[in-house]
Design a protein around this ligand. Sequence first.
Ligand code: MIC
Ligand code: SF4
Length: 641
Amino acid sequence: MGYTLAEKIIKQHLVKGEMTPGGSVAIRFDNTLTQDSTGTMAYLQYEAITDEPVKTKFSVAYVDHNMLQTGPENMDDHIFIKTAADRIGVTYSRPGNGICHRLNLERFSRPGQTLIGSDSHTPTCGAVGMLAIGAGGLDVAAAMAGMEYYMTMPEIYEIRLLGRLRPEVNAKDVILEILRRLTVKGGVNRIMEYTGEGLRDLSVSQRAVIANMGAELGATTSIFPSDEATLRFLTAQGRPEDYIPLAADENCTYAKTIEINLSEIVPLAACPHSPDNVKPIKELAGIRVDQICLGSCTSSSPEDLITAAEILKGHTIAENVELTVSPGSRQALAMLADCGALKILLDAGARILECGCGPCIGMGQSPNTKGVTLRTFNRNFKERSGTADASVYLVSPEVAAVSAIYGVITSPEGHITKKTPEPESYGINDNMFIAPSRDTSKQSVKGPNIQPFPKAEGFKEAYSFTALTKLQDNITTDDIMPSNAKLLPYRSNIPYLSDYCLSPADSCFAAKAKEHSGDIAIIAGENYGQGSSREHAALVPLYLGVKAVLAKSFARIHKSNLINNGIFPLEFISQADYDALEAGDIIKTSKDLARQINEGVITLTDITRNYTFKMKLTANEREKQLLLSGGLINMIKEGRK
Ligand code: MIC
Ligand code: SF4
């Protein structure tokens, strides 16, 4: 029996386990990436694990999120990351160089290799046939230290692409169509593997849009074969030597095959407030728009930005609209300047922001009260833009540019006759990457805002949790630990962030938790912790005393972050149990908790209601050990790793 492409790469990097879906596999990572808003914690955690240089083939520390410097905190963080990276052998990408995922694709993506990154959109490099996985900072720190990464072997889904995109349809519409069909839970514990004749016309940058937003499906990763398009891209990036051809074996088997006919896809938008709330643009046409934002790690290749410029050529944006452009990389911005597209965008009235995440993570450019904003980004969770009552629509650059001209949502059909060709060569300038000294006799420099991270206490034989809140389905990590221009500067200061924990979902939670002295539980619905990889969504609750989350189901990265920090992620077996529990209830574990953890079924009693029920612990052997040790740092200290 043959292997799928993902299986082939996993097999080559397998340290332990068997590749049976649902089983536990430990794999070795060749490369790592961190970005600044998760990176400060990752390097603090690395320093807590070891003083040795990194063991990976190549590791990079990007600075792209925390770029608004309205006080000393952000630049202090940059300096800490730069000095921490230098001593342990991690290349540093200076602020202004661009967004981690676009830069990593351009300069360091390598077919057949593995990459783990402390950002949920790390799978972007799957566009060149790399196995790229997003994880929490601690997992990335452990991978840099040379430890294998344990994960539940996902099922592999085939997404077979047929036909050819129409000129006005973007790869963004393809992934929006997949989100429409599969929803934000559709990829959990799955790898999306792309095949089919439709690949022929998709450049690596277009594939990257799809691989990037596989994160919105909740997928472990997404992967494309390494073929002629990959060779063209790597050659244009001046590194043809990194190319190897890679594809699934003809006789491999997939858990499921989904066919998508590219010729049938129409321009789409993800409507407020979820990436899977997808509708055709035609149904939304005429909605008045206040703001349009081009850019982010998903849609800011030169191809995408030149397409937008071509549409805007000779026009001035509508009076009611503000247009911003946050290019994904200096390479992309320099190419826009070289080909004249930057001048076209400026002439049309665009506000050019620096190369970074910017408005995508609420770092500036928050829309007006009740504003309508069209963004070529990948997430439109409520409040993420920084304006609580704004309506954010996720669209392609084509839809964004045409709508900017008319000031209302407008279909690009009839406005575009041919696709922008992919560049034959990219402007290469690596002078904003600093190679590390690997001199561990140096010390990292920590500003006053960099506070120690909270550490889980060891495992106790019995717990009595107070359930301080009861939440609905699809709670995002933006709900658990919001990020915006005011909070992002405190990513290295968990005590400060703790006042805002769960504020969009339950504004009293932090105050209640601070008054409470014992162990706390959170009750939640399906897909708890979807979205970002930020470990802060586990570290901040840990700091507040959260010891268990009782949910109907969990998003993958967040669940690992909870386990790494010794917090129990327990799943309801019956809807009736979820219905029976209320905020304020006291819930106790029963005898033999350690044995129950090993068996994966935990008996709990709600003392307030005199109600006994069972919950599932879906965890592999290693995760059970982690919980019994009180998390990864404690396990490493116990010398069990
Ligand atoms: C995001 O897009 O939500 C982020 C901000 O890039 C996060 C990382 C973070 O919270 O720092 C992600 O995607 O993991
Ligand atoms: Fe940055 Fe937005 Fe991409 Fe996250 S999704 S890495 S915030 S551009």
